[in-house]
Design a protein around this ligand. Structure first.
Ligand code: PLP
Length: 373
């Protein structure tokens, strides 16, 4: 099923799972609220183009990316409709944003001027979403700066203030205090604009976690990322019915029996206690399977769990399979389901002391993506 010629280590992406997850998130939205599918970082490692096409078929009308280049590559692949660049772009990239019809997040006047000038030069208009920092401390105007800024940029030719947004830093936290403080500040900014008679049509704040835990934060658009890929956005607050779309699989590349006392992998951190069979898996840290997983992560073979024996190498890792009759070519699941068992991205994340988000983003370009469903 993996094609005859691709390397025997691949990520299988089930687009049916992504469609299911879109439906699950949509089920939490109030009437009239639209969804943006966030496909930055190559769709959290799943493939931005395929994910964008899939969510578009499900009626998702907005796409979000982090940087200009990601927006351009989607346009080149034929993805139409609104694409918002969530990060702030340097003024010098304005001539790239405008001709590709990308929508820019904005928090500097220089940026606005550059976009306006590029739009004038191209004989078109550019749409922008003003970013407000209500307490994430990353990007955006402080609440009291918003009204004067919007008034000023509205004077610029060929520039349309289509949206306004903010981002929560603790939407997945059990302690809701800071989240509500950010929400309140954003609501105050919107009320201020309203009282000045300034109407901005598209208003958004919620990531996946906020979208499914706080309906009052949905405004008229939510920016869903992690949940669409089937990873729980707020595991301590809600258990959504999500299906992880990505599996990382490989075929055993070699099996041999080594004598008692053989040190397996660099540094001899695992020693064969008796003569035993070692299976080699052609996936290593250069594929995004971190060396921090050494001796700790487990993989599935024949529906059984095997712990890594010693260190993950750049291109390979090993398991002591003992008496299990593992053969060259047998399927290994490093992330995902096999038989009745499953290795989750969350499980690997907790070994590494990070988030499931990072596990899927780490899977490198060297791993071919195979689409099913
Ligand atoms: C990445 C990102 C999102 C998506 O967040 P998830 O937690 O993956 O749903 C939303 N908004 C902004 C600004 C982002 O950078």
């Amino acid at each position: 099923m993996t094609g005859e010629l691709i390397r025997p280590a691949w990520a299988e992406i089930d687009l049916g799972c992504i469609r299911h997850n879109v439906g699950e998130v949509a089920g939490h939205l109030q009437d009239g609220v639209q969804m943006m599918a966030v496909v930055k970082a190559n769709g959290y490692g799943h493939g931005a183009v395929q994910v964008a096409k899939t969510v578009r078929e499900c009626g998702v009308n907005w796409i979000g990316v982090a940087i200009v280049e990601e927006g351009i590559s989607l346009r080149r692949a034929g993805i139409e409709g609104p694409i918002l660049i969530l990060g702030v772009s340097p003024a010098r990239q304005a001539p790239l944003i405008v001709p590709h019809g990308l929508t820019a997040a904005l928090c500097t006047y220089d940026g606005a001027e550059a976009l306006s000038a590029a739009a004038v030069a191209a004989g078109t208009t550019v749409k922008v979403h003003v970013k407000v920092d209500t307490g994430m401390g990353r990007l955006g105007l402080l609440p009291h700066e918003v009204i004067p800024f919007v008034k000023r940029i509205r004077e610029l030719p060929h520039l349309v203030v289509e949206g306004i947004f903010t981002h929560f830093s603790t939407a997945d936290d059990c302690d809701r205090g800071y989240f509500h403080q950010q929400l309140h500040l954003f609501q105050q900014v919107l009320a201020g604009l309203d009282s000045e008679g300034i109407r901005i049509p598209v208003v958004h704040a919620a990531n996946s976690a906020a979208a499914v835990t706080a309906p009052e934060a949905q405004f008229n658009l939510v920016r869903a990322g992690v949940a669409l890929y089937g990873l729980q956005p707020a595991p301590e607050l809600v258990a959504l019915d999500l299906r992880p779309a990505l599996s990382l699989k490989a075929n055993v590349s070699y099996v041999h029996t080594v004598p008692q006392g053989t040190g397996i992998s660099y540094g001899r951190r695992y020693l064969a206690r008796s003569e035993t069979a070692v299976a080699t898996i052609p996936v290593g840290y250069a594929d995004g399977y971190s060396r921090l997983l050494s001796s700790r992560a487990e993989v599935l073979v024949h529906g059984r769990r095997f712990r890594l024996s010693g260190n993950v190498c750049m291109d390979q890792c090993m398991i002591d399979v003992g008496p299990e009759p593992v053969q060259i070519g047998d399927e290994v699941v490093l992330i995902g389901r096999q038989g009745d068992d499953e290795v989750t991205a969350m499980e690997l994340a907790s070994i590494m002391g990070t988030l499931h988000y990072e596990i899927v983003c780490l899977i490198s370009e060297r791993i071919p993506r195979v689409y099913v469903g």
